[in-house]
Write a protein that binds this ligand. Structure first.
Ligand code: NDP
Length: 246
C-alpha cells in the first residue's frame, strides 16, 4: 500500500517510533505529511533534531491514554491533510513492565491494558473518519489506507512457553484480537488492518542484549507494510515478512 501520502506514528519520541520517522524520510517517495506524535514533545530532543531536516514532519502531543490529546491531534491532522485524509496509522506506542505472576498487581494490569490496548483502540476510533476519507478513493484490492498495530511474538498463545511479562503478553494478545475485529469491520471499506512483530530489537524496551537493530527492524517493517494486501493484512507478521501463529 506504500507510498502513503500521510502517516501518523504514536510513540515517536524514541525507539522504533523515532526510527519510523527517520526511515519514512528515506523511502523513494516520502510522505507529504509525517505526523510524529509523542506524549512530551518538549522532551523529544532527537525527534526535534530530525524534524529540522524535513518540512513534512509535524511533531504533536498525543498521549494514547489521554482522550483529549488524541482529539486535539486529530483536529490538527484534519486541518493539514484536507480531503486526502490519513493513509497510514501506526499504533506503535507501548509499555512493558516485565512483571511476573508473583509481582503483578491490578494497577499494573490496568495501566498496561490502558496503553497497549485502549491506546490503539481509541486512537484508531478518533482517526477513523480520516482513514475512511483516504480509503474512499480506493478499491478493496488496492486500499489507500491502513492501520498497523505493533504487536509482539510475546502475544502468541501458540508460542508462549514461559510466564514472564504476564501483563505485556496478555495486553498484546488482546491487541491481536482488536486487530482482527478492526479488520473484519474495515476490510470492505478499503482499509487494511494488520499487526507486526518487529523482532527483538535494541531499544529501551528490547534492551541492548537484543539481536536486531532498530534500523533493521524498521526497514523490514516498512517493507512488510508495502506488501500488505487483502489476504495477508490481518496476520501476525514479523519484520522479515514471516507469518507467526497467533
Ligand atoms: P520503547 O520503550 O523504546 O519506546 C516506547 C515508546 O512508546 C516511547 O516513545 C514512549 O514515549 C511511548 N509511549 C509509552 N507510553 C505512551 C503513552 N501513554 N502515549 C504515547 N506514547 C507512549 O519501545 P519500542 O520502541 O521498543 O517499542 C515500540 C513498540 O514495539 C511497542 O508497542 C512494543 O510493544 C513493540 N515491540 C517492541 C519489541 C522490542 O524488542 N523492542 C518487541 C516486540 C514488540 P515516552 O518517550 O514518552 O516514554
Amino acid at each position: 500500500m506504500l507510498p502513503p501520502r500521510s502517516v501518523l506514528i504514536t510513540g515517536a519520541s524514541r525507539g522504533l517510533g523515532l526510527e519510523f520517522v527517520k526511515q519514512f524520510l528515506q523511502v523513494p517517495t516520502p510522505p507529504e505529511f509525517l505526523f510524529a506524535t509523542c506524549r512530551n514533545p518538549d522532551n523529544a530532543k532527537e525527534l526535534q533534531e530530525v524534524a529540522k531536516s524535513s518540512s513534512s514532519i509535524t511533531i504533536m502531543k498525543l498521549d494514547v491514554s489521554e482522550m483529549n490529546t488524541i482529539e486535539e491531534a486529530k483536529k490538527l491532522v484534519e486541518s493539514k491533510v484536507g480531503a486526502g485524509g490519513l493513509n497510514l496509522l501506526i499504533n506503535n506506542a507501548g509499555i512493558n513492565k516485565k512483571v511476573t505472576l508473583e509481582t503483578v498487581t491490578p494497577d499494573m494490569m490496568l495501566d498496561t491494558f490502558n496503553i497497549n490496548v485502549n491506546g490503539p483502540l481509541f486512537t484508531t476510533k478518533a482517526f477513523l473518519p480520516l482513514l475512511l476519507q483516504a480509503a474512499r478513493s480506493s478499491t478493496p484490492s488496492n486500499p489507500s489506507s491502513a492501520i498497523v498495530n505493533m504487536s509482539s511474538i510475546m502475544s502468541s498463545i501458540a508460542r508462549t512457553v514461559t510466564s514472564d511479562a504476564v501483563e505485556y503478553r496478555v495486553s498484546k494478545s488482546a491487541l491481536n484480537m482488536l486487530t482482527k475485529i478492526l479488520h473484519n469491520e474495515l476490510k470492505d471499506k478499503g482499509i487494511h488492518v494488520g499487526c507486526l512483530h518487529p523482532g527483538w530489537v535494541q531499544t529501551d524496551m528490547g534492551t541492548a542484549k537484543a539481536p536486531v537493530t532498530v534500523s533493521q527492524s524498521v526497514c523490514g517493517c516498512i517493507q512488510v507494510m508495502s506488501n500488505m494486501n487483502a489476504e495477508n493484512a490481518c496476520v501476525l507478521t514479523d519484520y522479515t515478512g514471516n507469518p507467526l501463529p497467533w
